[in-house]
Write a protein that binds this ligand. Structure first.
Ligand code: WT7
Length: 632
């Protein structure tokens, strides 16, 4: 009942979802197992904001991911894990085994003091234990906060403290290509400033020598020896918190986006099934890391809810060489492959030989996520990987939306390169102009908003509801604002044009420019910085930093190294600037506001038409910056 099989059916479903959303979603929700059904399907108010789906219903999402499949599909592979090193064996975990391992892990958490409502931080490599730990939190009703294992100790510390986590789960180290990342050492450093943490549970993965602080740190394998694998699922309210996931915005520190149990569950499965047109025997691989929302919804929850085989890859696309993705596609006979444009562009740049060694004949559906996919990359993906016979689903969504919002349904929706095409049933996008008026009709452009609730939408930002209201629900009266610009073409197809706020998207990773500025500012020679994004061939956007220094006569090579070190320590290596220009002043208005529009133009290399600079306090700074003096 929850699968759309033709484009006509899509249009019918879409119409129903708009005319009677409650009935529509109640029907979809019927197929799950609930301890108690809802009293009301939806209660909402975008001013609060307050959104409640399946009000009064009781469930546990892991019973729907695991227990529900045991009777008929217990022996089916749930997780197929491919290690970083291709010479190490891959691992198949059946639904029965996964259920037992999640229950055992749940008992480890409980043994270490975890209870319903606690926040548990997961800072782990892409091993099966990360998926298991995620589900174990959900099983006992604890809120997971997965932090991508590429973030620095400082970032980890901030996230742990913001959600006052009492347990952190990590590993001795993580393999990433040829590198080993010393995760436990990073955790140790973070925990120097995390008073709420009582226990640190450590997976042995790399056999690094690590310090174990007595009373606080325990080995996972030793703990697992002390528990059994029976753990009844905690019964949760539909609107109880399922997880918090930190993401960057245009101001301040990253915020914890909160998702709840019932609505997220229904939408994760529904969107997974329909966008990818999932079939029962498919082998499905999403290359994201579970540290991002893509991994939460489309490695763990969506596929497991659908009873699918989900592939988890520990490594990187370039190791041992640029053919690794295609190697894995052949090895595991992948049918559905979901990755990011930045990976496609990087692999394209490595040459076609890495592709041509492989058959890629099992592929049926290709997906793209995280940033706009440029036409050139789209065609390469389509021609060389899909061999012209696999539909590409360009899926637009956000951490805040919980699931895919605008996307083709594979094989059903007609495709246009660089277009996310049409909204999923239940999603009501609209474009608004600068005054907040809805722009009707087609062949138009504006800011992308959503005007009606959907089940997996953000409920709040952890510990700061006002921030949620201010960021998402205040820009345009009665609407959720996405932060993206968007075009709707003559056929009513949507094309996302990129962020319209101070958020940049670097290799699919999201940063606020203010957050990178604050990091660079910590360098002792830096007085002030302004960061903007600029078009980057591989990364989509690169990071361009303009810096005013106390002493501008620096050795540029060591200055860059120091800035990189500072940013790596404060945020993580993924936020290192691609270009730094030392300047004597920044273009500011008389009220002291930096005119980023001008800096963006210069960073793009478009200095001919900088627009009106007459409102600047000192227009001469633009002349200096324009020359490119001090740029490295
Ligand atoms: C931002 C959200 C949710 C997936 C991972 C990123 C950009 C995402 C697309 C796409 C154009 C896209 C948007 C969005 N984005 N997918 N298919 N086409 N832009 O999640 O870190 O929360 O970032 O990524 O700008 O607002 P995120």
């Amino acid at each position: 009942m929850n699968k759309i099989n033709s484009i006509d059916e899509y249009h019918e479903e879409y119409a129903k979802s708009v005319s009677d959303p409650e009935r529509f979603w109640a029907e979809k929700a019927e197929t799950f197992s609930w301890h108690k059904k809802w009293n009301e399907v939806l209660e909402w108010d975008f001013h609060g904001p307050s959104v409640k789906w399946f009000k009064g219903a009781k469930l546990n999402i892991t019973e729907n991911c695991l227990d529900r499949h045991l009777e008929n599909n217990g022996d089916k592979v749930a997780i197929l894990w491919e290690p970083n090193n291709p010479n190490e064996s891959s691992i198949e975990i059946t639904y029965t085994e996964l259920h037992s391992r999640v229950c055992a892990f749940s008992n480890v958490l409980k043994r270490n003091g975890a209870k319903k409502g606690d926040r548990i931080c997961l800072y782990m490599p892409m091993t099966p234990e990360l998926a298991i730990a995620t589900l174990a939190c959900a099983r006992i009703g604890a809120v997971h906060s997965v932090v991508f294992a590429g973030f620095s100790a400082r970032s980890l510390e901030d996230r742990i403290n913001d959600a006052t986590c009492n347990i952190v789960v990590t590993a001795d180290g993580g393999f990433r290509g040829e590198k080993i990342i010393g995760l436990k050492n990073i955790v140790d450093k973070a925990l120097e400033n995390c008073p709420s943490i009582e226990k640190c549970i450590v997976l042995k993965r790399t056999n690094e020598e690590v310090e174990m602080k007595s009373g606080r740190d325990v080995w996972l394998h030793e703990e697992l020896d002390r528990v059994d694998d029976v753990c009844p699922a905690e019964i949760m309210d539909s609107e109880d918190m399922l997880f918090v996931l930190y993401t960057s915005g245009s101001t301040g520190k990253p915020k914890g986006v909160v998702h709840t149990c019932g609505g997220y569950m229904v939408y994760a499965e529904y969107s997974f099934r329909n966008v990818f047109q999932y079939r029962d025997e498919d082998i499905y691989w999403c290359t994201a890391d579970i540290g991002w929302i893509t991994g939460h919804t489309y490695i763990v929850y969506g596929p497991l809810l659908a009873g699918a085989t989900t592939v988890m890859f520990e490594g990187v696309p370039s190791y041992p060489d640029a053919g690794r993705f295609w190697d894995i596609c052949d090895k595991h006979k992948i049918n559905i492959f979901y990755t990011a444009p930045t990976a496609i562009r990087a692999l394209q740049a490595c040459g076609i030989d890495f592709v041509n060694k492989h058959e890629l004949s099992s592929l049926r559906v290709l997906g793209s996520v995280g940033e706009p996919i440029n036409e050139e990359a789209w065609h390469w993906y389509n021609d060389e990987i899909g061999k012209g016979r696999c539909p590409i689903v360009d899926t637009w969504w956000q951490t805040e939306t919980g699931g895919i919002m605008i996307s083709p349904l594979a094989g059903l929706t007609s495709l246009k390169p660089s277009y996310a095409t049409l909204p999923l049933p239940g999603i009501q996008p609209c474009l608004v102009d600068a005054d907040g008026n809805e722009i009707l009709g087609n062949d138009v452009q504006g800011n992308l908003c959503i005007k009606f609730p959907w089940p997996s939408m953000i409920r709040t930002t952890y510990g700061d509801h006002k921030r949620c209201k201010d960021v998402y629900f205040s820009a345009y009266e009665g609407k959720y604002f996405t932060g993206d610009g968007c075009r709707r073409d003559e056929d009513g197809f949507y094309r996302i044009t990129g962020r319209v706020d101070d958020v940049i998207n670097v290799s699919g990773h999201r940063f606020g420019t203010a957050e990178i500025e604050a990091a660079i500012d910590e360098h002792e020679n830096v007085v002030e910085t302004a960061v903007v994004g600029y078009p980057h061939e591989i990364k989509g956007q690169g990071i361009y930093a303009y810096a005013i220094c106390h002493d501008p006569k620096v050795d540029m090579t060591s200055f860059i190294q120091e800035i990189n070190k500072t940013v790596t320590e404060i945020i993580g290596p993924i936020a290192k600037p691609d270009k730094i220009q030392i300047v004597h002043g920044l273009p500011k208005t008389r009220s002291g506001k930096i005119m980023r529009r001008i800096l963006r133009k210069i960073a793009e290399g478009d200095v001919s038409n900088l627009g009106d600079t007459s409102t600047l306090l000192d227009p001469s700074v633009v002349e200096e910056i324009k020359t490119g003096a001090g740029l490295v």
